[in-house]
Design a binder for this molecule. Structure first.
Ligand code: HEC
Length: 283
């Protein structure tokens, strides 16, 4: 009984925001340095919910990944070329301009990184379905990060020809869904049209925060929505927001947000000012 589900997503009611259970933030791999446009799947996006196609996937091959950025060592996986997965389960992508298309990875924990489809397909990218070294009867080994066990299942995207230090590539694990979406237009709603002094803050928020936080319901779901119905700038003291971002665990024990240490005070001010602007532009 092969069930192949390729849906035109209807506004994507994500059934995946499951922070409490799998709280790892994947930050070691990519978020603070994310450089690609963040895209959130919309009505017209094409998507495939991976657990539904698991049984119909073609036979996996063994691939070796040198210096895996999640495990920090050489790893072997059973994997299927991402191109093959798209060919079979999202064939409509062939009619899209891959230069103008973003591939969005939706992880169970709410992390939604995205990349240019062209960029992903230009490398040897794979959908890994199991860890060759996993003990008998198990598909994955879950690495530890501090005391916390990361959940790699059900899928993990790896590359055999991308160095771990190239942070422009995303290595999403705990992956459940792949969507394709036209670049940038989703973000138009978050662009500060009425005040161009806020553009810098918008850009900084987009690159550093939007993979985990939504504004007006557009963005990642790992962290809380920051604008709707109440903006974080309306219920936090403004200077505390900056402090929190720099050192979340100094506010909340075992806080799931990674400290953002690479932004200057000025840049954080730009972000906070942009959030204040957005407070006046709710949906
Ligand atoms: C890797 C994901 C991730 C990134 C990137 C991230 N956050 Fe967070 N953030 C979270 C999570 C998860 C929480 C909830 C933390 C908790 O309470 O355990 C949070 C909480 C917050 C809160 C507190 C909200 C509230 O009302 O409790 C603020 C403010 C915040 N983040 C701002 C930011 C800003 C600004 C950036 C970008 C500079 C950012 N975050 C980047 C994951 C992230």
């Amino acid at each position: 009984m092969k069930k192949v589900l390729v849906v035109l997503a209807f506004g994507i009611a994500l059934a995946s925001c499951n922070n409490s259970q799998t709280s790892d933030n994947q930050s070691a791999v990519s978020d603070s340095t994310a450089v690609d446009t963040v895209v959130v799947p919309q009505k017209d996006s094409l998507s495939v919910y991976l657990p539904d196609i698991k049984a119909s996937l073609p036979e996996a091959q063994t691939v070796e990944v040198k210096d895996d950025p999640v495990f920090f060592k050489t790893k072997s996986y059973k994997a299927i070329p991402l191109q093959t997965v798209l060919d079979q389960f999202l064939p409509a992508y062939k009619s899209l301009d891959i230069k103008q298309t973003q591939i969005v990875f939706e992880c169970e924990d709410g992390y939604n990184p995205s990349m240019s489809l062209e960029k992903v397909l230009s490398k040897k990218s794979y959908l890994a379905i199991s860890d060759v070294e996993a003990p008998k009867g198990q598909e994955w080994i879950n690495p530890k990060k501090g005391d916390h066990e990361m959940k790699i299942a059900p899928f993990y995207v790896v590359y055999t020809d991308v160095p771990a230090k190239d942070v422009t590539y995303k290595w999403p694990y705990n992956l459940v869904k792949i969507s394709l979406s036209a670049a940038s237009k989703e973000l138009a709603v978050l662009f500060p049209k009425e005040d161009d002094t806020q553009v810098k803050g918008f850009e900084l928020f987009k690159v550093n925060c939007l993979t985990c936080h939504s504004l007006n319901k557009v963005g990642g779901k790992m962290g809380p929505e920051l604008n709707y119905p109440k903006s974080v700038t309306e219920y936090w003291q403004i200077d505390q927001i900056k402090q929190f971002v720099k050192a979340p665990t100094s506010f909340r024990n075992e806080c799931k947000m990674p400290a953002v240490t690479h932004l200057s005070d000025k840049e954080l001010d730009e972000i906070v000012n942009y959030l204040k602007y957005m407070a006046k532009h709710k949906v």
